[in-house]
Design a protein around this ligand. Structure first.
Ligand code: PXP
Length: 246
């Protein structure tokens, strides 16, 4: 069964827009994680960024206590975060590149260019019982490098597929890249996840990619929850105001 991991970073982004620097505030990403699990999500994904722009340290500790499915922590290969994660013990870590100016993770990891550093971190995480995934563009040399690093998973970056989706030739080209990369990863013994930019429109086409274990989806789900939840939120507020009129 194809699994869904829900990325809850965007819930924290909204909270930080109003409550940055405070210890609490709404919406609470941990409460959101609980609701995703109750709705059938197979895992929760959160990215603890070096600049802590959305998810905070307290969130990941509370997520660790709360989550009943699987915690997938996205992170850069940065020593202080690796140390923290070795204590936190999420079920799986997805190593991603991090650039300060980006709005969200824009590219894949250059695994080929940093094999030995990634392999060192992979070994430390595996030794602590944490599985490792590498977020890569669907290129064969990155897939081969991921196999050399010895990670258990690759997460194929679907950003280009999403970007070119509305152009049929572009969509087909990006799908072919994903299919070829997924096949190669599977041959090399890697398990295959995918994510970034997936939404309610482009997802059906992605199902052509073989060997997928899990999709990690954030923005589209959190955006849709705002839209489908808005009428209820307005009705609840109106109900609280009603006694004023006697
Ligand atoms: N997978 C990875 C590795 C990511 O960095 C992100 C974005 O944080 C996602 C999946 C989810 O992307 P989106 O929010 O576009 O669904």
């Amino acid at each position: 069964m194809l699994k869904l991991g829900v990325n809850i970073d965007h819930v924290a982004t909204l909270r930080e827009a109003r409550y940055r620097g405070l210890d609490a505030g709404e919406p609470d990403p941990v409460d959101a994680a609980r609701r995703c699990e109750a709705a059938g999500a197979h895992g929760i994904t959160a990215h603890l960024r070096k600049d802590r722009r959305h998810i905070q340290d307290r969130d990941v500790w509370r997520l660790r206590e709360t989550i009943r499915t699987r915690l997938n922590l996205e992170m850069a290969n940065s020593p202080p975060i690796v140390d923290l994660v070795l204590e936190l013990k999420p079920e799986i870590v997805c190593l991603v590149p991090e650039r300060r100016q980006e709005v969200t993770t824009e590219g894949g990891l250059d695994v080929a260019g940093q094999c030995s550093a990634l392999a060192r971190t992979r070994r430390r995480l595996n030794k602590a019982g944490i599985e490792v995934s590498l977020f890569i563009t669907p290129d064969l040399h990155q897939v081969a490098a991921a196999a050399r690093v010895g990670s258990q998973f690759v997460e194929l970056h679907t950003g280009r597929f999403a970007k070119h989706f509305e152009n049929l030739a572009g969509r087909k080209r990006e799908l072919r890249r994903l299919i070829t990369a997924a096949r190669r990863a599977h041959q090399l013994g890697l398990r295959v996840n995918a994510g970034h930019g997936l939404n309610y429109r482009n997802l059906p086409a992605l199902l052509e990619v073989p060997h997928l274990v899990e999709l990690n989806i954030g923005h589209a789900i959190i955006s849709r929850s705002v839209v489908v939840g808005l009428a209820r939120a307005v009705r609840d507020m109106l109900a609280l105001m009603r006694p004023y009129d006697g």
